[in-house]
Design a protein around this ligand. Structure first.
Ligand code: 87F
Length: 725
């Protein structure tokens, strides 16, 4: 590697500078004074930093800090684009790559009207915390709003080292591409695209990012919510013309695929406040179906629905210190009405323990008032700063929260388990997703409670576990704080034992991730807003009038069996369009009715999950569909379970722990118990270290491979020349 100019040591492993350099430069640029370097150090990512003369453009940089051409290292070119309607992109490419906005739009698979422009310096500073000429991919760290999509040039990943600015343009930090990826993934899931060698209407390479008015082509994109480049397609641009297909496959880019699926299936629309999303009828109906089932079940347990205010005073919120301590930064406060300040700020509920329990204290006097079992369906607000993802991590979300008070620990514990079992059943019986019930560790439990139980699901592709829902035994902590006392049979004063438990709209996101495919959603019949859709196969020779009465007859027979069904008799779309549309929305069964079906008094069923096609006579159609829907439901569960089980391994030796996590497995391992927090910490630390080491080893191997490749390629050429000579 050609080392340009001054050299500064920032990791112990790299040292080429003189003592003089060190003393003058480390003060200005070291791991503690520069947030990027500090973060690289805290992540244990090997990096090297050097300074050079101020270089505001790529051309200046190439002059001031030249890299040898055979080093397989490169500087980056960074462009910050904005689109009025569709969000922000930080595009990082190799310094030799030209960026053509038209090509960028097409690589990002963005449709429709494109309006992509270089952002101005003010926005650059606001969103990425850098000045003009100082941008690099690591600046994504400063995007607290999570509304910038990082786009990386694939060719960077084939380099041995990538040089980029650490928020200032008199220095560069050198990273292996794997480590660059690890760093940026702390903040977002980058979109990796392959730019072509050639360019069209390019942004001049010497123009710094943030400079206005460079190129014309326009890009259209979704809000870019979740920093995931959520591109919104204009579903219907012209009459009869549709762009329904997903742009990303599930294995190609899981985050983009997810965004595509939920937008194109009309579950989610993006919103202009980061972390907040619109739940459209297609997803809200799923939530309602979960609610309907859940309400029936909790009623059987004697739980009643109620509704409490969404605001909570500071005093009350902070009355039980433990519970709010770690969460305080996420609490949203209302401080004004109109132009005037409120007398005291009030919080928007992040959860309702402190809102409900003062009322519990009022209502509970005697053992005869127990148990008290309430539930509420509501929204809560938690101002998260981690990367938001629709359904999974949002700043406002919908949930049910159950809150109960009992006369004994045992009664409370029964309630905790009953609630947890309902959660297991929501996942397994409604959403067709297997879950593992269990306890949270001491460190992961709800701090305000005594014990937290959870159901954990497995997300394919990412290979991670995700918390499905939690049910807490609160012990007497809140009872003591809020004076929830009662007189027992002997007239003695006792403190109530409590529980709280919650299930959120995250359920919907997990379901999308587990079952969806490259065509779109696949909905388990029990939560499908529509379980069947009837599509008449009309044409010029077979107009709707011919088949409409027959379709209506089918519809009626299905409705009589309480099947959620619809006849899609819209004349503006052709049958092929309708097939694609309903497939993408995940409707379990499509019922096709063509001329031959009418003639034979039958219909063709096409199953979304697995693609089976069967012809069924009208006499048994409704009952066959009822059976088929149940079969689909259980097949979906079986498939998800089989997949999950194939990634569930029992590990009894430490040497197998990290390797299994890296294979995207869920690890079941003996555990010495909740109170051993030191061991929990040890496992976290050790597994983290090991996986970073493994990453380092992999990077070294890659580096070796890359170094060798040119020689191996050159050899036959040389020998051929020898032969010729
Ligand atoms: C965020 C801000 C303030 C979670 C928070 O799990 C407080 C909290 O108490 C907070 N995030 N929690 C824990 C919620 C516990 C519990 N509440 C009822 C549930 C289920 C339903």
């Amino acid at each position: 590697m050609t080392q340009p100019l001054h050299q500064v040591v920032t990791t112990p492993s790299i040292s080429t500078s003189t003592m003089e350099d060190m003393s003058t430069l480390t003060a200005a640029l070291d791991d503690t004074s520069n947030p990027i370097l500090a973060r690289l150090a805290s992540l244990n990512l090997p990096h090297n930093t050097y300074t050079h003369p101020l270089s505001a453009t790529v051309d200046e940089l190439l002059t001031n800090a030249p890299l040898s051409t055979d080093s397989n290292e490169c500087h980056t070119k960074n462009l910050f684009f904005k689109d009025k309607k569709h969000g922000l992109f930080l595009v990082t490419v190799a310094s030799s790559t030209d960026v053509n906005t038209k090509e960028l739009a097409s690589l990002l698979k963005l449709d429709g009207k494109v309006n992509l422009r270089l952002a101005d310096e003010e926005l650059l500073l606001q969103k990425l915390g850098v000045k003009k000429g100082c941008l690099g991919p690591l600046a994504i760290m400063n995007n607290v709003d999570k509304d910038v999509t990082l786009v990386l040039d694939e060719s960077l990943l084939a380099k041995v080292k990538v040089h980029s600015h650490p928020l200032r343009n008199d220095a560069s930090v050198v990273l292996a591409p794997e480590d660059l990826m690890t760093f940026v993934r702390e903040y977002c899931e980058p979109v990796v695209v392959k730019f072509s060698e050639k360019m069209g209407g390019k942004v001049p390479s010497s123009r710094p990012e943030g400079e206005k008015g460079a190129t014309k082509p326009r890009i259209e994109k979704g809000e870019g919510g979740a920093g995931k480049g959520a591109n919104v397609n204009k579903k219907q641009t012209k009459k009869g013309e549709t762009q329904l297909a997903l742009k990303w496959s599930k294995s190609e880019n899981f985050a983009m695929w997810y965004s595509d699926v939920i937008v194109l299936s009309e579950m989610i629309s993006y919103y202009d406040i980061s972390g907040c999303y619109i739940l459209r009828p297609w997803s809200y109906k799923i939530w309602e179906l979960i609610q309907d089932w859940f309400n029936i079940q909790i009623r059987k347990l004697g739980v009643e629905n109620s509704y409490f205010p969404m605001f909570v005073s500071k005093d009350r919120l902070e009355k039980e210190k433990d519970h709010v301590e770690g969460f305080a930064p996420e609490v949203a406060w209302v401080t004004k009405s109109g132009d005037g300040d409120l007398a005291a700020p009030i919080a928007v509920r992040p959860t309702s323990e402190t809102i409900m329990y003062p009322a519990f204290a009022d209502w509970i006097r005697s053992h005869r008032d127990l148990p008290l079992k309430l539930n509420q369906w509501s929204n809560v607000v938690r101002w998260e700063f981690k990367d938001p993802t629709p359904f999974l991590r949002t700043r406002e979300f919908l949930w049910q929260e159950g809150h109960t008070a009992h006369a004994s620990y045992e009664d409370a514990d029964v309630m905790v388990r009953q609630a947890l079992d309902l959660y297991r059943r929501v996942y397994e019986e409604l959403l067709a997703i297997p879950v593992i019930p269990g306890y949270k560790t001491e460190k992961e439990k709800f701090a305000g409670g005594h014990q937290t139980t959870t159901v954990e699901a497995y997300i394919p592709v990412s290979g991670r576990a995700i918390q499905g829902a939690t049910s807490h035994n609160l012990g007497q902590n809140f009872g003591k704080m809020f004076d929830i006392n009662y007189q027992d049979e002997k007239g003695e004063t006792q403190i109530a034992w409590q529980t709280s438990w919650g299930l959120t709209t995250r359920t919907i996101g997990v379901m999308v991730m587990v079952h969806g495919d490259d065509t779109g959603l696949i909905l388990p019949p029990r939560v499908a807003p529509l379980q069947c859709v009837i599509v008449p196969i009309v044409s010029k020779t077979f107009p709707l009038e011919n088949v409409a009465p027959y379709c209506e007859e089918i519809l009626k027979s299905l409705e009589e069996k309480n099947i959620r069904c619809k006849l899609d008799d819209r004349s503006i779309y052709n049958p092929g369009w309708k097939y694609a549309h309903w497939e993408q929305k995940g409707v379990p069964i499509r019922i096709e009715v063509g001329p031959r079906d009418l003639e034979n008094r039958q219909a063709r069923l096409v199953v979304r999950f697995g693609g089976e096609k069967i012809d069924v006579g009208i006499g048994t159609l409704a009952s066959s569909i009822v059976t088929k829907l149940e079969e689909i439901q259980s097949n979906m569960f079986a498939k998800a379970k089989e997949f999950r089980d194939s990634h569930l391994v029992q590990v009894t030796e430490w040497k197998d722990f990290v390797p299994n996590l890296e294979l995207h497995n869920l690890v079941l391992t003996p555990w010495c118990g909740g109170e051993h927090t030191d061991w929990e910490e040890w496992v976290k630390e050790k597994s983290r270290e090991e996986s970073l080491q493994n990453r380092g080893k992999r990077a070294k191997m890659r580096e070796r491979q890359l170094r060798w490749r040119p020689r191996l390629c050159a050899f036959p050429l040389i020998s051929r020349r020898w032969m010729r000579g």
